[in-house]
Design a protein around this ligand. Structure first.
Ligand code: NAG
Ligand code: NAG
Length: 414
């Protein structure tokens, strides 16, 4: 079970970092009969296996006597100094009588480069890494892919100091990728992707955490529908990507992008729901809509955009109605945003919440204005009163009395 505090930990984002790389020379058998591998730019020596010591031999290339420039026979062996790629081919050595003693196929190439590696998790249980070689070696190549788990919990650390080591499994049907199954969202992993060829090997280490590399697949089943009687509305719904296991602790949030087909710029709206009503569509214009997903707590990356879906909002009922004789009031109220010529600005969202917010803020504004007016009035009144008190009281009283007398009856009465 995942506790809420662990859930908070997911917000932390650890960036994958390339750590180290190295080249090692570990020649191995590549199971090819009669093939010799050589490194471009080095001196390559081909020995004549069947020759008797001391007896002269003759070397041929592809059956012809012409050998690469600079090559020399030394004690029966053919030496190709600073071998170039062009020196590759089939060589044969022959005895004095021209009899074939030995044939060797020379393949020349480079040491492996440090591969480029990137990792991605399309759900929170498994992650995959893919790689490409950084150098064309011209030689057969394979990859050794392993990981070491660095657990974040102290207990596991004490139990297993070095961390769990396992293979990143390679699927023959998907070249250049490997998968770590049942990975832990809270652990970090050090991937070791080693490129190996007959001349040597070269590895790249990559530190990753699920939080940083998670990238859901795009949502599926996107449907866009016009809303009856609402010329500016489109109802959009979609489903979780099938690859995302549904569990309350790992949810997705979404963003929607939409535009009339004839416009260039997208409007974007975010939601945590599996449906959304677009309220600022253009009546009668076909719209294109796409949706993408991200981990609910913002870990990792947004998915790619889903496949497009298209729909056209209903034609403006107001214009239709004005052509007829009667205007249906209920029809207008349903449509809510009655019919104007399409706004030139494609992005002009006005949902009911926004309107409410504007009304509320107007109300608050009016209240403050009234309050300010009241305060100012009171202050002026107080000041006037103080001022008049400072003057001779009898005079003041007289003035007041005359005032009172002058006032109409109705105002004196309480
Ligand atoms: C993760 O890998 C396991 C083991 O292969 C598999 O059973 C599981 O379905 C995978 N999870 C997802 C979401 O694909
Ligand atoms: C990476 O893997 C290769 C091949 O298994 C191994 O030779 C090399 O030592 C590893 N590097 C590290 C740093 O673990």
């Amino acid at each position: 079970m995942h506790s809420p505090t662990r859930g908070l930990g997911r917000v932390m984002v650890f960036l994958a970092a390339a750590l180290a790389s190295a080249s090692l020379a570990i020649p191995e058998g590549w199971g090819e009969e009669g093939v010799q591998y050589g490194q471009v730019g080095t001196d390559v020596t081909l020995s004549c296996a069947g020759a008797r010591a001391g007896s002269p031999v003759q070397w041929r290339r592809e059956g012809a006597a012409a050998l690469p420039e600079g090559s020399a026979v030394h004690q029966g062996a053919l030496v190709l100094p600073h071998a170039s790629l062009a020196a590759a081919g089939t060589y044969s050595c022959h005895g004095e009588d021209g009899s074939l003693l030995h044939t060797v196929s020379l393949r020349l190439g480079h040491l492996p480069g440090v591969p480029f590696v990137s990792c991605r998790a399309s759900d929170y249980e498994n992650f995959s890494c893919s790689w490409t070689s950084s150098l064309e070696t011209f030689l057969p190549t394979r990859y050794i892919t392993t990981y070491r788990k660095k657990s974040l919990t102290g207990e596991e650390k004490r139990r297993n100091k070095s961390g769990h080591v396992g293979p990143c499994l390679q699927d023959p049907s998907r070249a250049g990728t490997c998968t770590v199954h049942r990975s832990e969202f809270w652990s970090s992993y050090r991937l070791n992707i080693t490129e190996v060829n007959p001349l040597g090997s070269s590895f790249r280490l990559l530190d990753i955490t699920m939080q940083a590399i998670i990238k859901p697949d795009p949502p599926e089943g996107l449907v866009v529908e016009p809303v009856p009687l609402a010329p500016r509305r489109l109802y959009v719904s979609w489903k979780y990507p099938a690859s995302w296991p549904k569990e309350p602790h790992f949810q997705l949030r979404f963003r929607l992008q939409y535009r009339p087909v004839i416009h260039r710029s997208w409007s974007v709206v975010e939601t945590v729901n599996l449906s959304e009503v677009i309220t600022d569509a253009f009546a009668g214009l076909e719209h294109v809509v796409q949706v993408s997903a991200k981990d609910f707590l913002d870990a990792g990356n947004w998915s790619e955009w889903s496949a497009e879906a298209r729909a056209t909002p209903v034609r403006d009922p107001a214009t239709t109605a004005s052509e007829g004789t009667t205007t249906d009031a209920s029809l207008e109220s349903l449509a809510e945003e009655p019919s104007q010529a399409p706004n030139p600005e494609p992005i002009n969202r006005s949902d009911p919440l926004e309107k409410m917010a504007i009304l509320v803020s107007l109300g608050i504004f009016a209240f403050f204005i009234l309050a300010a007016v009241l305060v100012i009035t009171i202050l002026i009144w107080l000041r006037v009163r103080k001022h008049s008190k400072d003057e001779t009281k009898p005079h003041n009283f007289l003035v007041a009395a005359t005032h009172l007398k002058a006032l109409p009856r109705t105002q004196i009465l309480p």
